[in-house]
Design a protein around this ligand. Structure first.
Ligand code: DP6
Length: 361
């Protein structure tokens, strides 16, 4: 299956100026995508929680191109300022998706983008940023050609395109929960795009909170892309991919039945396995910080003392995600404020929760 379509070229008379704006959230994988092959294809299926307050807002302005050329014509402002590194990444992404949206090279494009979370908070922005751009491109196609008016068709294409920008971005397209990667557990699942999972999830998981402890901000020493490639010669790679499938099976059942304990067990196993894969990679590295471990110990102690279903997850970084259902927020927040916030850089943590997915503005 491919979305390449050389027919999506604008007649000279159809060229005009306009803009499109999308807000798209970040997501937190509970079963992690770690290891890829080919054109951004995952080695195992992953399942994530779509966030709400951590998002990217992107405006894509387009106008008939003044100087013709085969390359993309793009300028970019990140949080109001030029940003060469990010501009290059977006340009690369647009070059990659040119066979899908050939009309992009007929236009002068201006991207204005900003994140809701603090700059260099250590929160990965690629999922929200790349999904927002993919949504803008799909909206542009629909405006020009009227080809994507069905929501399901639109979302699937946006997810496919987002994947080409950053694997995890393809899951940000859907509300609450999304699965990316082919598995017999979910009919219709695919390695090429994510599928919505909200309807297969018990309502308690639609109220999940994620307090993100900013233990250490700044860019990490080893990028996710480098981490994925280290899986290629990893001694535990095959065992990992099997374990991920087993954890996925357990997670799908836990989400369906509303079993918080089983959910938490998978979330924590996956977080620790992700980091143990980094530590046992051919060139080993550590992304957890001392305060990450202290925070984990405090979450475990709090759970033991109170019996409250509070769990953690980790992304490829030191920041701990503290997960719990809305029903116990009044018990958990004082614990986070007094025992976990002091472990954060500048005592900052972000309050996030299960979100409704992207929104066109
Ligand atoms: C640990 O999606 O950032 O967050 O496809 O190379 O852009 P690329 O990688 P990316 O990897 C995310 C890794 C992860 C787990 C996850 O989100 O599933």
């Amino acid at each position: 299956m491919t979305y390449e379509n050389p027919k999506l070229i604008l007649a000279h008379s159809a060229l005009r100026e306009g803009s499109i704006m999308w807000k798209s959230p970040s997501n937190l994988a509970i079963v992690k995508y770690w290891g890829k092959h080919g054109q951004q294809l995952p080695k195992n299926p992953s399942l994530s929680l779509t966030l709400d307050t951590s998002f990217t807002q992107t405006k894509l302005h387009y106008a008939p191109r003044k100087v013709a050329g085969q390359d993309i014509s793009l300028s970019l402002l990140f949080e109001g300022q030029p940003h060469e590194g990010f501009a290059q990444r977006v340009k690369q992404f647009f070059r990659k998706i040119l066979p899908i949206f050939p009309f992009l090279k007929q236009l002068d494009l201006t991207v204005e983008t900003q994140n809701s979370f603090p700059h260099s908070s250590g929160i990965a922005s690629s999922a929200s940023a790349m999904s927002a751009l993919a949504l803008c491109c799909c909206s542009m196609e629909d405006e020009f050609f009227g080809t994507l008016d069905e929501d399901e068709v639109f979302d699937r294409k946006a997810s496919y395109v987002a994947r080409l920008g950053s694997g995890s971005a393809c899951r940000s397209i859907y509300p609450y929960w999304a699965l990316w990667g082919e598995t017999g557990e979910v009919p219709g699942s695919s390695n090429l795009y994510a599928v919505p999972m909200a309807e297969a999830v018990h309502p308690v998981f639609h109220t999940l909170h994620d307090d993100i402890l900013i233990i250490r901000s700044g860019t990490k020493q080893v990028s996710s892309s480098a981490g994925h490639s280290l899986m290629q010669n990893h001694p535990f790679a095959e065992v990992r991919y099997q374990q991920a499938r087993k954890n996925l099976y357990e997670l799908i059942n836990a989400l369906r039945t509303g079993d918080l304990e089983a959910f938490g067990k998978v979330a924590e196993k996956e977080a620790l396995m992700l980091h143990s894969l980094m530590m046992s990679a051919p060139s080993p590295y550590i992304l957890m910080a001392p305060h990450t471990i202290t925070a984990i110990e405090r979450v475990w102690a709090f759970r033991k003392e109170t019996g409250h279903p509070v769990f953690f997850s980790l992304d490829a970084g030191p920041n701990l995600h503290v997960l719990y259902p809305e029903t116990i927020i009044h018990e958990v927040r004082p614990f986070v404020d007094t025992q976990l916030a002091p472990l954060c850089e500048e005592s900052i943590y972000l309050q996030d929760w299960a979100g409704e997915g992207p929104e066109q503005l």
